[in-house]
Design a protein around this ligand. Structure first.
Ligand SMILES: Cc1ncc(COP(=O)(O)O)c(C=O)c1O
Length: 360
């Protein structure tokens, strides 16, 4: 039969959705299973978001403002950059995809650390760009020297995921300074800072404050995590006007929905509450890390809202034991397990399951 789709996509692993919460709850016959697999912050929508979304629904028969003007203005004020340097999109992953479209032709290269965010191989392949994966260090972090060495004449983008999903590790200012200085000026450095609000190590720089004015740096942020809008899809990027103008040209029209814009505006008014919630998550992150290390696991220090259990070939079995006890985690077989920090009660259930899994 004649082939209708691209053969180069055959090698790309299909997206594996996490275990369904309602299904697992039913199967186990328990009050409610717990999902610690997608790195959301567990405290519900921020105050004012539900009302803003409800109001916006009155206009949902109309197209949204394609330029997200009010939202970009609010972000511009908060971030201290002109609005023309900001692009919003339906999640930062969609923006990353658009960025690849705006920068890469088939055969161009995108350098990133591996293991890192699962979307990078997908968005690279989608544009026919080649992924150049640089193995993580033994400590599960980025090997910035090796990443710099992997840059060739075909490289268009180099992605630094800071903190790194799924390992939680982060790169500090001195090493990032050195790396950024070594990257050729025609290669765009993408600082993916999805978990920036949860960083507590003062040595881990805010990419926008520290490097945002450089002409080849782009900062990617999301409102899915600390800002509680994962289900509404809202992300943004900040880059130089020349870069944002090109990205806007290939942006899917109207992809930042009316309700997402309204929700993001309401959420931005809640910064103190965001900070309070992040502090709770950080406290729990330290507690969960300490408990897991107490079980003998070499858990890297996380600056995000998840922890990494380097279980190698034991990852899937660990995930199954957790599921049998009502907790959905995110195993990467052969490598490790990522576990999102939930509420203290959820984390206690997880730690109980982890203890059983590690002793079995
Ligand atoms: C490192 C990283 N970047 C980007 C994203 C995408 O976030 P969203 O598309 O929800 O904005 C995620 C989500 O898990 C992430 O971990």
């Amino acid at each position: 039969m004649t082939r209708l789709t691209r053969s180069d996509l055959d090698g790309l692993p299909a997206y594996v959705p996490g275990r369904n919460l309602a299904d697992l709850t039913r199967e186990l016959g328990i009050a409610e299973a717990i999902k610690l697999a997608s790195n959301e912050v567990p405290y519900g929508p921020l105050p004012g978001v539900i009302e803003a979304v409800t109001d916006a629904m009155l206009h949902s028969h109309r197209y949204p403002d394609m330029g997200s003007v009010a939202l970009r203005d609010a972000l511009a004020e908060r971030l201290g950059v002109p609005a023309e340097r900001i692009v919003t999109g339906c999640g930062s992953v969609a923006l990353a995809e658009t960025l690849v479209k705006a920068t890469c032709l088939p055969g161009d290269e995108i350098v990133y650390s591996w293991r890192s965010f699962e979307a990078y191989p997908i968005i690279s392949a989608g544009a026919g760009a080649s992924s150049v994966r640089v193995p993580n260090t033994d400590g599960h972090g980025h090997d910035l020297d090796a990443m710099a060495a992997a840059i060739t004449e075909r490289t268009r983008l180099v992605i630094v995921c800071n903190p790194n999903n799924p390992t939680g590790t982060s790169v500090r200012k001195a090493e990032l300074d050195r790396f950024i200085a070594s990257v050729p000026s025609d290669v765009l450095i993408v600082l993916d800072e999805a978990y920036r609000e949860l960083v507590t190590d003062p040595e881990v720089p805010d990419g926008l404050e520290t490097y945002g004015d450089r002409h080849n740096v782009l900062v990617l942020r999301t409102m899915s995590k600390a800002w509680g809008l994962a289900g509404l899809r809202m992300g943004y990027l900040v880059a130089q006007p020349e870069v944002t103008a090109a990205i806007r040209k290939v942006l899917t029209p109207f992809s930042t929905s009316l309700v997402a814009q309204a929700a993001a505006l309401a959420a931005l008014a809640q910064e103190p509450e965001v900070r309070r919630r992040c502090a709770l998550v950080v406290e729990e992150r330290e507690r969960v890390t300490g408990a897991l290390r107490g079980f003998g696991l070499d858990v890297p220090t996380s600056q995000a809202n998840f922890v990494w259990l380097p279980l190698g070939d034991g990852a899937a079995a660990f995930g199954q034991v957790c599921e049998s006890r009502g907790v959905i985690v995110r195993p990467f077989q052969g490598d490790g397990v990522r576990v999102t920090i939930g509420t203290p009660e959820e984390n206690d259930v997880f730690l109980g399951a982890a203890e059983v899994a590690l002793k079995s």
